[in-house]
Design a binder for this molecule. Structure first.
Ligand SMILES: [Zn+2]
Length: 327
């Protein structure tokens, strides 16, 4: 998760054990053809136009949380038998734990490097590469800014898998055993030198894909990185269920959380990505999540309030796909 401060998480967990969340009940569903008048009453022109351009398969559901509204619908993502026959879970080994730090992007990036080097034969044994090297050196100014903003509590910061991988193209990356994960280096910051005397490994380039239809076929070769739309408390409560975004009145969108997709399955006609997260084994199904690929949502903001920039256009729950290449 991008903003996973320890105090916030502990407060949330304390609340979760005593508080019952309220499933969204006042859903308003319609099909575009039959209830077009209701649609016009509830949705503004550009939002409606954006929804229609995505050709929804079935009903559109409009629902309210305590702070905003979303329209949600399904648009099926077709995948091939060969993509659905692959599962890279065992090749990616253990579940990491980012702790109270904003380092999901770094962990996901090195997990990809480790997995792809192993799968493609560049490493004969699975090798763990250093997420800390990325946190320390990929963007020192961002770290300093975060340190100032958090009164010296954090040097970690929000970033993306793709930018982290682009850094590895020219800076290389050491093994994790040579530059050990500590999360972040508050309050003093990282050393002002990069380690010179330990081996570093390079990638050739970074592939970035915005369309889920173009990204998922790469799963026949290896896992791929992605940004997961992070809704709270949904992420914490979903366990082994299928994550389809917000389902509680209390649900709040918190931004992107970077994960790796290791397999695709189809259940009851729905395409579902199996993803590996980095908050230890406590959440999801032992740290793994099932995420619907077919769900699309757009925010329908209340009057006088701006939609989150991520949800001003229809967006799926997984986006910003990327992975390294080596040759
Ligand atoms: Zn931190």
């Amino acid at each position: 998760m991008q903003k996973c401060e320890r105090s916030t998480m502990e407060q949330l967990l304390a609340t979760m054990s005593s508080q019952k969340y309220h499933p969204i009940e006042d859903k308003f569903t319609f099909t575009i053809h039959e209830e077009i008048h209701n649609v016009f009453k509830r949705l503004s022109g550009p939002i409606l136009e954006a929804i229609i351009s995505f050709k929804p398969d079935v009903d559109i559901e409009l629902f309210n949380t305590n702070v905003t509204s979303f329209a949600r619908w399904m648009s099926h993502v077709v995948t091939s038998d060969i993509v659905r026959s692959k599962n890279w879970k065992e090749k990616m080994h253990w579940i990491r734990n980012q702790g109270p730090h904003s380092t999901c992007w770094a962990i996901a990036a090195v997990e990809l490097i480790s997995a792809l080097r192993f799968i493609l034969g560049y490493d004969t044994e699975y090798t763990d590469y250093s997420a800390q090297f990325l946190v320390d050196f990929v963007n020192v100014k961002r770290g300093e800014r975060k340190c100032a903003e958090t009164n010296g509590n954090h040097y970690c910061f929000d970033y993306t898998i793709a930018k982290a991988l682009e850094f590895v193209v020219h800076a290389g990356i050491p093994e994790a055993k040579d530059w050990v994960y500590v999360g972040c280096r508050a309050p003093n910051g990282p050393p002002n030198y990069r380690p010179q005397n330990i081996p570093r490994f390079y990638i050739k380039s970074v592939t970035k894909i915005s369309s889920i239809h173009e990204a998922l076929p790469y799963l026949q070769f290896h896992p791929i990185g992605a940004a997961l739309a992070f809704f709270e408390p949904d992420y914490y409560l979903i366990k082994d269920g299928v994550y389809r975004g917000p389902v509680y009145i209390e649900s709040v969108y918190k931004g992107f959380h970077y994960v790796n997709i290791y397999a695709i399955i189809e259940e009851n006609g729905e395409t579902i990505a199996l993803v590996k997260s980095s908050h230890g084994e406590r959440y999801g199904d032992g740290g793994y999540f099932k995420v619907s690929c077919d769900v699309l949502m757009i925010e329908v903001p209340w009057e006088g309030i701006n939609a989150h920039t991520h949800y001003r256009q229809p967006m799926r729950l997984l986006s910003r796909f990327s992975f390294p290449t080596f040759a």
